[in-house]
Design a protein around this ligand. Structure first.
Ligand code: HSE
Length: 301
């Protein structure tokens, strides 16, 4: 009576689609081990890889709080007992959907332990609630790809409407996480809630172009569409060396470069794994010349 679940990191926004697009990567990701126990209730046994930053209190920890919510809704909170081991394999506050990966792994695990009473679609609102607990806003662009895999479009936010999109086979993401902390909550407060119509027109042209590019396997269209005129100019300020990293990525032949989620991780979208690898390596070298530590990951989109 135990399960072990891995949920992947995700790149929210896909550069131009703030809060509506995201994709899952192969690594890193978080792991949840969940055990059925006789005593009813939800408890955290241990958390590893978080540098002691996450609460062990089951009411305050996002993973256990979501599991409790699901057990309550299923009417079994007083009878089922589970204990959780959370193993984080990625940094918190990195812009890689760290909290989402843990939440999705936890909810998938409890659903599996109970004999899969809910479909993935039915699990989704609980995942979104976890995101709300973690950062104050229930966007689904990390949890949806973490749960469904691949590229997902969140067409509707209030009444959740999640659509899985096709991905051309040779599309790769080179991700660099410069080791500075940017909490999503702060990165959301920074952005203005009004946009200029002429900028909005550019942005939705790009989003539509990206979707068309994904369907048509058109890498050039994907590349020229993945540009963010609304959010990036504001958030780039929080990310050291952002424009220099962008210059390096594009010089290496990346199709596009931008912020992963709310940052500080950045992503170089490339045709082929080699370009993604070279771009991330060069960016990492540049960051270390500025005495900024970083992690790098390369994955198929
Ligand atoms: N869409 C969200 C944002 C993702 O950009 O704030 C945060 O993980």
């Amino acid at each position: 009576d135990k399960v072990r679940v891995f949920a992947p990191a995700t790149v929210a926004n896909m550069i131009c689609g703030f809060d509506i697009l995201g994709f899952a990567v192969n690594e890193p990701g978080d792991e949840v081990k969940m055990y059925r126990v006789a005593e009813p209730g939800v408890r955290i046994r241990s958390i590893a890889g978080d540098d002691g930053r996450l609460p062990l209190d089951a009411d305050r920890n996002t993973v256990s709080a979501c599991v409790k919510m699901l057990l309550r809704d299923l009417g079994v909170a007083d009878t089922i007992g589970v204990e959780i081991e959370l193993i984080k394999h990625m940094p918190i506050g990195s812009g890689l959907g760290s909290s989402s990966a843990s939440t999705v792994a936890g909810l998938y695990a409890i659903n599996a332990l109970l004999g899969t009473p809910l479909t993935k679609e039915e699990l989704m609102p609980y995942c979104v609630e976890g995101e709300r607990l973690a950062c104050g806003h229930g966007h689904a662009d990390n949890v949806a790809p973490a749960l469904m895999g691949g590229v997902t479009l969140i067409r509707g936010q209030e009444a959740l409407d999640v659509i899985k999109l096709p991905v051309p086979g040779d599309l790769y993401a080179g991700i660099v996480f410069p080791q500075v902390d940017v909490p999503t909550r702060d990165a959301r407060q920074l952005i203005k809630d009004k946009v200029l119509l002429k900028e909005a027109v550019v942005q939705w042209g790009n989003i539509a172009g990206l979707i068309a590019g994904l369907f048509q396997n058109d890498y050039d269209l994907i590349g020229r569409s993945m540009q963010d005129v609304l959010i990036e100019p504001t958030r780039a300020i929080l990310i050291p060396e952002f424009y220099e990293m962008k210059r390096i990525a594009l010089e290496c032949g990346a199709l596009s470069f931008g912020i992963s989620g709310s940052g500080p991780s950045v992503v170089a979208i490339s045709r082929g794994e080699d370009i993604a690898r070279v771009a991330t390596t060069k960016i990492k070298e540049h960051l270390s010349s500025k005495e900024i530590d970083s992690y790098q990951y390369v994955s198929a989109v």
